[in-house]
Design a protein. Structure first.
Lengths: 108, 112
């Protein structure tokens, strides 16, 4: 199985930067995903890393180090609408397994 | 374009009653299909996945079952619901070509 760890909660100010770390242990690693989930809604895809390095997508960036079993999601220029839960997920073979999620609260 | 439909959106069922949740995908063929459950304030737990018609893999022993009668149809069932079956049920799909997993809008099930 997979052990996926991420912080439970983070708080940041509007316009700031927040970094959400995720560590994992798995066999058959085949990619790491980040999803955003607003309360009561389904998760929506943010980013995907399968090779080491940084993937940038607008205000969101994601980094992966496979040798360290480590990833982070970087949210820049935070907006109030970024308040949500951010889910780290690891794919091994056909299965996508999720961490418990990090609730990010953006304050004015 | 590909879409995923999941229904109903909300459901309140008494303990001991049966359950059937349906998920269909449009615009793609031979998708991998998944059922997840999310308990209140918790992460997503993978319940079942299927890589083809009639093929079901179960991740955790429980009171639920899944079936895939058609290529793009995935059904989650129970013969007798328990209180602990309450949660937010999400269907998802992907293919090897589209690596990311796309989720349906979810069914919020409350067992009373």
């Amino acid at each position: 199985g997979q052990n996926i760890d991420q912080p439970t909660e983070m708080t940041a100010t509007e316009g700031a930067i927040v970094q959400i770390n995720c560590t994992y242990q798995t066999s058959g690693f085949n990619g790491l995903f980040w999803y955003q989930q607003h309360a009561g809604e389904a998760p929506t895809f943010l980013s995907y890393n399968v090779l080491d390095g940084l993937e940038e997508k607008g205000r969101f960036s994601s980094f992966l180090s496979r040798s360290k079993g480590y990833s982070y999601l970087l949210l820049k220029e935070l907006q109030m609408k970024d308040s949500a839960s951010y889910l780290c997920a690891v794919r091994a073979f056909y299965k996508l397994s999720f961490g418990a999620g990090t609730t990010v609260t953006v304050r004015a | 374009s590909q879409t995923i439909h999941q229904w109903p959106a909300t459901l309140v069922q008494p303990v001991g009653s049966p359950l059937s949740l349906e998920c269909t995908v449009e615009g793609t063929s031979n998708p991998n299909l998944y059922w997840y459950r999310q308990a209140a304030g918790r992460g997503l737990q993978l319940l079942f996945y299927s890589v083809g018609i009639g093929q079901i893999s179960s991740e955790v022993p429980q009171n639920l079952s899944a079936s895939r009668p058609q290529d793009r149809q995935f059904i989650l069932s129970s013969k007798k619901l328990l209180l602990s079956d309450s949660g937010f049920y999400l269907c998802a799909w992907n293919t090897e070509r589209q690596g990311s997993y796309t989720f349906g809008s979810g069914t919020r099930l409350t067992v009373v």
